[in-house]
Design a binder for this molecule. Structure first.
Ligand code: UN1
Length: 498
């Protein structure tokens, strides 16, 4: 029997976390058994951390971007070297199975690679000036301190998407991890501190601030934080957005998802079943991209549901430390409470729980839920609500228009998919009058996006985009430049003056 505390301590030590950080008032429990792992020191003075990071930014912004890229390259190497340690901490703190924990760390390595390339590609445009002898162009400059607020379910990847990109953009970062996952944050931060020291970059370029709501609020309200990138619930985003906007700061919000897949009559049902089970039951339903709604053509609904129920019955639920486990624990008792409440509400609305919904006794006080499939007569309020647990609601449709209308009739707009072998149907789903989400897939589930694309969604998901593509622009400020080399003063729009 592995001693969980010792395993966490070893991984933290290997990553270079000092003992002093591991004595304090914030208790960290593992969802595997509910026992206390360690306790960590909370940050007393967030403003001091922000001020220090701001001073570091003032130096860092003048370092050439490709040189900044070299720091991120080293960070990626260190993460790769410590892939096992970081994955162990992700499993212990967030409850992920080994392959998903390793996958999360792989996202960190991938985004570092991406950001290194990006460090030579922070392109501005040049535009033809309407005046002779004039040049019109734009330059992208570093922005300042980026406040990163992250959630328990992707405790390290989401930080790395923000931080790798922010660092090459010339920004500093102050990170507030979830109170549920501070250990992984300390490990990442220690690795980055090492890369910073080796690169002789400013020591305060990255700071972790640990604690509860007050810590987040101090970051959100700081005038020295021009961008707050926050991942979490829509409720949290509803508070953060207006507060940052009130001081004319920017936000990048990654909030709730209520992701659906449409399954059409031409779909490969075996492929769809595998994709659906991973998307709906993987990570115990605790991804913001988790598949929560299935909209199935009535002609294939019974067949698909039968395949799903068979697959769900065989799902290995248990300790993520055991090889073969596919579904680990929910993060805590509250999450289990939300799951049972949602199932009760679904039953009241006429839903039928076809499989799952119970709790498995696995180890101590861990909350191991059986992923559930619930057939619903209609898209009722509970189906339109994001419950962060493995519940898949099944609805049926007759026409694709009806399926798309149902699909879009929820407040959230993160990720979506269609399973079809009919090109017209696929194209319709991808079109302007198709899915209204930020991520729209064909013949693949809603979760497990690659880092190369921009990640984020519409409506109550918050509208932010992070990770790949041109998401970097949110981390910089744009200056439009007009340079007059004509030797004469020519006013635009042919204006005459003086
Ligand atoms: C999240 O759940 O907050 O697409 C992020 C995915 C992962 C990231 C999820 N690459 O499922």
């Amino acid at each position: 029997m592995i001693d969980l505390r010792e395993s966490a301590q070893n991984a933290l030590k290997a990553c270079g976390v000092e003992d002093a950080a591991l004595t304090g008032g914030l208790t960290v429990r593992t969802p595997l058994t509910g026992v206390e792992l360690l306790s960590v020191r909370e940050t007393a003075d967030v403003d001091a951390a922000v001020t220090a990071a701001h001073a570091a930014y003032q130096q860092w912004r003048t370092v050439p971007a490709p040189v900044r890229g070299a720091l991120v390259k080293r960070l990626g190497q260190l993460i790769d070297e410590h892939k096992d340690d970081l994955a162990t901490l992700v499993t212990l703190e967030a409850g992920k199975i080994r392959s998903e924990a390793l996958g999360e760390v792989q996202e960190m390595i991938d985004i570092c690679d991406f950001a290194v390339g990006l460090s030579r590609q922070l392109y501005g445009r040049t535009m033809p000036s309407e005046r002779p002898g004039h040049r019109l162009m734009e330059t992208w400059h570093p922005l300042g301190v980026v406040g990163v607020i992250s959630a328990f379910n992707f405790p390290v990847a989401v930080w790395s998407w923000n931080t790798a990109v922010a660092l090459v953009c010339g920004d500093a970062v102050v990170w507030k991890p979830s109170e549920k996952t501070p250990l992984t944050a300390l490990a990442c931060s220690a690795l980055l501190d090492r890369a910073i020291a080796e690169a002789s970059a400013p020591a305060d370029l990255h700071r972790v601030v640990i604690g509860g709501r007050e810590v987040g609020e101090a970051l959100v309200d700081s005038p020295l934080v021009p961008l707050v990138s926050a991942t979490g619930s829509t409720r949290m985003g509803r508070e953060v957005g207006p507060r940052v906007a009130a001081r004319f700061g920017r936000t990048l919000l990654e909030l709730g998802g209520n992701n659906a897949a449409v399954v059409t009559p031409s779909a490969d049902l075996d492929l769809a079943t595998r994709a659906i089970v991973f998307a709906a039951a993987g990570t115990a339903g605790q991804r913001c991209t988790t598949l929560r709604r299935l909209i199935v053509h009535s002609s294939v609904a019974d067949t698909l549901v039968e395949k799903l129920v068979t697959a769900y019955r065989k799902l290995p639920i248990g300790s993520p430390l055991e090889a073969g486990t596919l579904v680990g624990p929910l993060i805590d008792a509250a999450a289990w409470g939300h799951m049972t409440d949602a199932l009760d509400a679904a039953r009241r609305d006429g839903g039928e729980v076809l499989v799952g919904g119970g709790r498995r006794e696995v180890d101590g006080d861990g909350y191991y839920a059986e992923p559930a499939v619930v057939r619903m007569p209609a898209q009722t309020d509970i189906v339109r609500t994001e419950t962060f647990a493995p519940i898949l609601y099944v609805l049926t449709y007759e026409t694709l228009d009806e399926a798309i209308a149902l699909h879009n009739d929820v407040p959230q707009g993160l990720s979506s998919g269609i399973f079809t072998r009919d090109q017209q149907e696929a194209e319709r789903f991808l079109a302007a009058d198709g899915s209204d989400c930020g991520i729209v897939n064909v013949n693949i589930g809603t979760s497990g996006a690659e880092i190369g694309g921009a990640f984020g969604g519409e409506k109550e998901t918050g509208g932010g985009r992070e990770s790949g593509s041109d998401a970097w622009r949110a981390y910089m400020r744009r200056a439009t430049n007009t340079v007059n080399a004509s030797g004469q003063l020519l006013l635009a729009q042919d204006v005459s003056f003086l």
